[in-house]
Design a protein around this ligand. Structure first.
Ligand SMILES: NC(=O)c1ccc[n+]([C@@H]2O[C@H](COP(=O)([O-])OP(=O)(O)OC[C@H]3O[C@@H](n4cnc5c(N)ncnc54)[C@H](O)[C@@H]3O)[C@@H](O)[C@H]2O)c1
Length: 523
C-alpha cells in the first residue's frame, strides 16, 4: 500500500475558509505549511488583509498562523499531501441535501491527489455520504484507488492506549504504516480497493510492528481488485503504462496510480461561543484504514488540546455528528411544543422550566427559533438517508415541523396582542431587533427571523429590522431586507426582540423600549 505522509512532512490544503475552515486553517497554520483555498475572491482578499468577517478569529490569531497562506487558485494546493474539506452542506428548497459544494470540492481535490495523499472531510453529512458520493469523485478525478479496510471489532478494547503510542510515534515523525491492532483475526477488503490486508500474527498488544502487508508482497491466493478505470494487472503498482497517444512507436505515457486515504472528522464549533473553541472541544476522528485513522487522529491531536475520540469507521463518525444536532433539534422542538401548550394553559413557561430544572437530570433546553446552518438543516440529511432506505423517521420530522413553524407562531402571537389592543395591523410599524440565526454572531444563514417578517408583512405590517451584528449588504443580497441602522423614536406599535444579542441584553428592557410610545405598544 502507498505509504501515508509522515506528520513531519505534512502539508495541508484547507478547502473552504468559512466558519469551520478558517479557525482550522489558523490552528494548523501554526504547525504545518497550510494553504487555505476558497472559491470566493472576496473572502480570500479579506483574509490576506488580516480581517475575518465571521469574527471567529482575531487579527492577532490570523497573524500567529505564520505558515498559512490563502488562495483562490487550486494550482497552489499542488504541494499539499493532506486535504481537509470544510465546504457548506445546505439543503435545497425541497429540504433535500444539496451536495453540490461537496461534490465540486471533491472534484477539485481529486484532480490534485497523489499516491499516499489523505483527504479528510469535516462537512456535516449523512452516514455513508463520504464513501458513496465523495470517494467515487476522488477516484474518478485522480485515477487512484481508495484505500479502505473494514476491520471487525476495531478499534479493539484498550485501543486508546495503543492510539496514544501511535500518536506519539506519529508526532515524532514516523510513518503510520506500522501499527499493531490487537485482536484482529481477519480483514475485509472493500470492493474497489486493490488491497487485501493481512494482520500481523503474534504481536503483543500495543506493540508497534509492521501489521499489514499489501497483496503485492504476498504469496498467491490473495485477492486483488482494481477500480474499473485502472487496468487490473497493474493496480498495485505505483505507475501505469498507458497506451501511447502518439501512436505506435512513440514512448508510452506513464500516469501515476496508487492509493489515497480518506478521513472524517466532524466539526463541533459553536460560532460566537467564546468558551467552547475549536481546540477545547473533543474531536471525533475516523479513517478509511486503521493506519489512516491513526494518522488522522494524530494530526488532530496536534491542535486539539481537549483530545480526540477515534471512531471505528467513517460512517460511525458521520452518524455521530448528524445525531448530535438532531438530538438538539428534537429536544428544542419538545420545549417549543410545551411553550405553546403552556401559553394556552396560561402558564408561564419560564417558571415551569425553572421549577422542572431544579431536578438533576432535567435537560436545560429553551424554546426558540431554530435556524442556522446546522441544527435546522442537519436533521434533513439524516431523514433523507432514512427515507432512501425506506424508513420513515417520524420523530425527527415531527421535531422539524414544530421548529420550522415557530417563526410564524411568534408573529401570530404579536398579531393577536395587537388586535387585543385595537392596534390595526395594516400599515402598523413593527420593529424587529435581531436578524441573525443566533445571538452574538453575524451569521445570517437560514435565519428563521425571516419567517416572523414574512408573516407580519403578509398582514400588511411595515417591518423594520435592526441588528448591530449584520452586514447590511449581505442582508439585502440574501433576503432583500433594507436594514434599519438607527430606529426612529416613537413610531413603532410593536417591538419584537428576536435575537438575544449581547447589546440588546445589556440595554435592558427599559432602555430598549424608551423610544417607543408607552400607550398600547406590544413588546
Ligand atoms: N458553522 C457552524 O457552526 C458549523 C459547526 C459545525 C459543523 N459545520 C459544518 O461545517 C461545514 C462548513 O460550514 P461553514 O459554517 O464553515 O460554512 P461557510 O459557508 O461559513 O463556509 C464555507 C466556505 O466554503 C467555500 N466553498 C464553497 N464551495 C467551495 C468549493 N467547491 N471549494 C472551495 N471552497 C468552497 C465558501 O465560499 C465558504 O467560504 C458544513 O457542513 C456545516 O454543516 C458548521
Amino acid at each position: 500500500m502507498t505509504a501515508l505522509p509522515s506528520l513531519q512532512d505534512t502539508r495541508i490544503g484547507l478547502i473552504g475558509l468559512g466558519y469551520v475552515g478558517l479557525p482550522l486553517a489558523v490552528e494548523f497554520g501554526q504547525h504545518y505549511p497550510t494553504v487555505g483555498f476558497d472559491i470566493k475572491p472576496d473572502r480570500v482578499a479579506e483574509l490576506r488583509a488580516g480581517h475575518d468577517s465571521t469574527r471567529e478569529t482575531t487579527p492577532e490569531e490570523l497573524q500567529a498562523a505564520s505558515q498559512l497562506s490563502y488562495t483562490t487558485d487550486p494550482a497552489d494546493l499542488a504541494e499539499c499531501n493532506v486535504y481537509i474539506v470544510t465546504v457548506p452542506t445546505p439543503i435545497d428548497r425541497y429540504k433535500r441535501p444539496d451536495l453540490t459544494p461537496l461534490e465540486r470540492a471533491s472534484e477539485t481535490v481529486g484532480r490534485l491527489l497523489k499516491p499516499g495523499d489523505v483527504v479528510i472531510y469535516e462537512s456535516t453529512v449523512y452516514p455513508g455520504c463520504t464513501e458513496e458520493i465523495c470517494v467515487p469523485l476522488l477516484e474518478r478525478e485522480s485515477s487512484l484507488c481508495y484505500a479502505a479496510t473494514e476491520l471487525p471489532n476495531w478499534p479493539p478494547v484498550g485501543w486508546n492506549k495503543t492510539a496514544e503510542s501511535v500518536a506519539t510515534a506519529a508526532v515524532s515523525g514516523d510513518t503510520l504504516d506500522a501499527i499493531n491492532v490487537p485482536g484482529v483475526t481477519d480483514t475485509l477488503c472493500r470492493k474497489r480497493s486493490p488491497l487485501t490486508l493481512t494482520p500481523a500474527s503474534d504481536a503483543a498488544p500495543g506493540e508497534l510492528i509492521p501489521a499489514y502487508e499489501t497483496v503485492g508482497a504476498q504469496p498467491s491466493g490473495r485477492r486483488t481488485e482494481a477500480p474499473e478505470h485502472v487496468p487490473a494487472q497493474t493496480a498495485t503498482t505505483d505507475a501505469v503504462a498507458l497506451s501511447s497517444p502518439g501512436g505506435p512507436g512513440s514512448p508510452p505515457k506513464t500516469q501515476p496510480t496508487g492509493h489515497f486515504y480518506v478521513g472524517y472528522s466532524p466539526e463541533r464549533i459553536n460560532p460566537g461561543d467564546r468558551e467552547h473553541r475549536l481546540t477545547t472541544i473533543k474531536k471525533v476522528t475516523a479513517g478509511s484504514t486503521p493506519e489512516a485513522a491513526c494518522f488522522v487522529d494524530a494530526l488532530y491531536n496536534r491542535i486539539i488540546t481537549a483530545g480526540t475520540h477515534l471512531a471505528p469507521s467513517i460512517r460511525v463518525a458521520e452518524a455521530a455528528k448528524v445525531i448530535e444536532n438532531t438530538q438538539r433539534d428534537v429536544n428544542i422542538a419538545l420545549i417549543n411544543e410545551l411553550a405553546m401548550l403552556f401559553h394556552r394553559l396560561n402558564l408561564d413557561t419560564e417558571a415551569v422550566l425553572a421549577a422542572a430544572g431544579s431536578k438533576w437530570n432535567f435537560l436545560p433546553f429553551r424554546p426558540g427559533l431554530v435556524g442556522g446552518h446546522c441544527i435546522g438543516v442537519d436533521p434533513y440529511y439524516l431523514t433523507h438517508k432514512a427515507q432512501e432506505i425506506g424508513y420513515h423517521p417520524a420523530m425527527i420530522l415531527a421535531g422539524r415541523r414544530i421548529n420550522d413553524g415557530m417563526g410564524a407562531y411568534v408573529a401570530q402571537q404579536v398579531i393577536k396582542l395587537m388586535a387585543q389592543r385595537d392596534l390595526p395591523l395594516r400599515g402598523a410599524r413593527i420593529l424587529i431587533l435581531g436578524l441573525t440565526f443566533k445571538e452574538n454572531c453575524p451569521d445570517l444563514r437560514n435565519t428563521r427571523v425571516i419567517d416572523i417578517i414574512d408573516e407580519l408583512q403578509s398582514f400588511g405590517a411595515l417591518v423594520d429590522v435592526h441588528d448591530p451584528w449584520v452586514d447590511a449588504a449581505e442582508a439585502r443580497a440574501e433576503y432583500g431586507i433594507q436594514m434599519t441602522p438607527a430606529p426612529a423614536q416613537g413610531i413603532y406599535q410593536a417591538l419584537i426582540l428576536a435575537v438575544a444579542h449581547r447589546q440588546f441584553r445589556e440595554s435592558g428592557s427599559r432602555r430598549l423600549t424608551r423610544p417607543w410610545p408607552a400607550q398600547g405598544r406590544v413588546l
